[in-house]
Design a protein around this ligand. Structure first.
Ligand code: FMN
Length: 256
């Protein structure tokens, strides 16, 4: 991946239609700028991770269909327990579809208490990662996995209790992280929201089968200039020394 860096240009001529995102490996010169297009450089991995943050205000510019497909294709490559590949995605595009998420999971009271969050609602795309339990049950009923589960649990059937950790949520999180990082890499903004209320209503609106669990929602779009600061501006990020325990919980850091 090319490592050339430069500022994202938001060059828009009011009388020309936007023609889509353009990835550049060199800063565009004035002569190569296409009116209405948004340019951004491919970033290296370190920059993608460092600049990822939750975006909570979006412009109404839609997410390019090819870019969206590319992000979902990357998310599909996330690791999964037993290679069960138990993460599915519901994609909501445009106001009519994204309202299915907002209608189900928010209340007028919530919007009133969070006035700034109305800019969230402009997100032109919402991807809902789903943990698909049936795929784990089925994969872990195959002979190679069944032997291991049986040995660990002395049980002949794979049930949700057979796993020491509900790996389907871990797998959904891995896939979600790829979406969040991929969004940055594509010059987009993204935010993850938990599904704190209205899950039953959402399930009905999205016609979800009983075996899938809503993991949350990834809002995707182009960040608006008024994007409000998030918790990391009011809460300190834990430093490396306090997060990493060397050898054991009370271990000392090795000499560099
Ligand atoms: C499981 C989970 C649920 C979250 N739910 C929400 C949410 O409902 N609303 C919100 O604004 N942010 C939500 N966040 C975003 C966190 O607040 C955010 O990741 C954290 O403050 C760190 O900020 P950063 O991601 O911008 O670095 C959630 C994050 C996670 C991992």
């Amino acid at each position: 991946m090319q490592v050339t860096r430069f500022e994202t240009l938001r060059y828009r001529a009011p009388d020309r239609k936007r023609i889509g995102d353009i990835f550049c490996e060199e800063p565009p010169s004035a002569r190569t700028i296409v009116p209405g297009a948004r340019y951004h450089a491919r970033m290296d991995y370190t920059d993608v991770v460092a600049s990822r943050r939750m975006v909570r205000s979006f412009s109404d510019v839609p997410v390019d269909g090819q870019v969206l497909l590319g992000l979902l294709d990357q998310a599909r490559r996330a690791p999964s327990a037993g290679f069960a590949q138990g993460v599915d995605f519901i994609v909501l595009r445009g106001e009519r579809e994204t309202e299915r998420w907002w209608e189900a999971t928010t209340t007028p009271d919530w919007w009133e208490r969070n006035p700034r969050r109305s800019s969230l609602r402009r997100a032109p795309c919402i991807v809902i990662p789903l943990a698909n339990m049936d795929r784990y049950r089925s994969r872990y009923s195959e002979p190679d996995k069944m032997r291991a589960l049986r040995a660990a649990n002395r049980s002949a059937r794979a049930t949700p209790d057979s796993w020491p950790v509900p790996y389907w949520f871990g797998d959904a999180a891995f896939a979600t992280m790829l979406l969040l990082l991929g969004a940055v890499d594509s010059g987009l903004g993204a935010a993850f929201l938990g599904c704190f209320r209205g899950e039953q209503q959402l399930r009905r609106a999205l016609l979800l089968p009983g075996s899938v669990k809503v993991f949350g929602a990834v809002l995707l779009g182009h960040p608006a200039p008024d994007d409000p600061p998030g918790s990391p501006t009011t809460h300190e990020r834990r430093d490396l020394r306090s997060v990493v325990h060397w050898g054991a919980w009370n271990g000392d850091a090795p000499d560099p």
